[in-house]
Write a protein of this length. Sequence first.
Length: 324
Amino acid sequence: MPANLTPEYLAAEQSFRKAKSPQEKLLALERMLSVLPKHKGTDKLRGQLRSKLSKLKEESQKKKSVGRGSYLFNVKKEGAGQIVLVGLPNAGKSTLLSLLTNASPEIADYAFTTRTPVVGMMDFENIQIQLVDSPAVTLELGEAWFTNLARNADALALIVDIGRDPLGQMRVIMEKLEKAWIVPIGVVLPSSFNEKNAIIIGNKAEVPGADKGGTVLKAQYEGRFPIVSLSTLVPKDLELLKRRFFEILNIIRVYSKIPGKEADTGAPFVLPKGSSVEEMAGLVHKDFMRKLKFARIWGSGKFSGQRVKKGFILSDGDVVELHM
Ligand SMILES: Nc1nc2c(ncn2[C@@H]2O[C@H](COP(=O)(O)OP(=O)(O)OP(=O)(O)O)[C@@H](O)[C@H]2O)c(=O)[nH]1
Ligand SMILES: [Mg+2]
């Protein structure tokens, strides 16, 4: 074995030995490859790791074709939308998940603590948003699991530690997204790219000197992404973040009302921003879309009970009375 292996490599190797599922093995192996120092002394080891990796991938593909779990990590969506937390090691992804949701992921001050995606549900007012914590990204390998997870998400939260070269971290993340054929909304690129809403979270803002990191982050990315600087130690910051998460999902909550009765504002219908009365009717009941004649709407900027046509565009908080 080459003598000068890094602690990061040795840690990855240890997780490989401890790994039980094929998913965990694959991840650990990819990690070993990505942190293996590049020089002549490691060439042989690199070759061995590569062939082990491709064998494992083949096996897991075979299993997939007979209906077993896939190492590509398909996280089933639940709630009003799914946001995947993306970032380099130690940025604070798992800390955020644990503070915002019911999940209890492992949190530690060493790199690559998280080895498989962890899912949690976040309460926001009267809906739930699904957050997915993910293993830290690195540039070395394509890591199919990342592409799959990120492309499938409704939005991404890019988490950087603003005390440690935030621009460097963002460059890695952006390159990683590009490799996964993902671009943040607002950039015009070939159609094979998957447009995705994203928010940048500059974490660890309470650390002395971190404000400088926050400033350079803003200077570089303001206008392209919403950016928030926060500390997971500050509860008020986390409350504000919940709203930002809701905003980047681009969804609205509307309530259905039966004539002469109060609306049930505890149970909203969740629709993409820009949806019409007709689309809401389709969510309430398949037949309603066809039979709909008009609707009455209550909400800000409208007369109470204003009569509107099928194509009327709804806003967050509207109460809708459907008339067949
Ligand atoms: N000072 C400070 N430390 C934080 C903050 N948020 C998280 N941490 C610490 O940063 C370290 C890493 O946190 P994790 O949540 O495990 O980071 P991660 O991004 O999930 O890391 P990996 O799983 O390795 O990718 C832990 O020691 C946390 O306690 C913060 O706002 N301020
Ligand atoms: Mg983690």
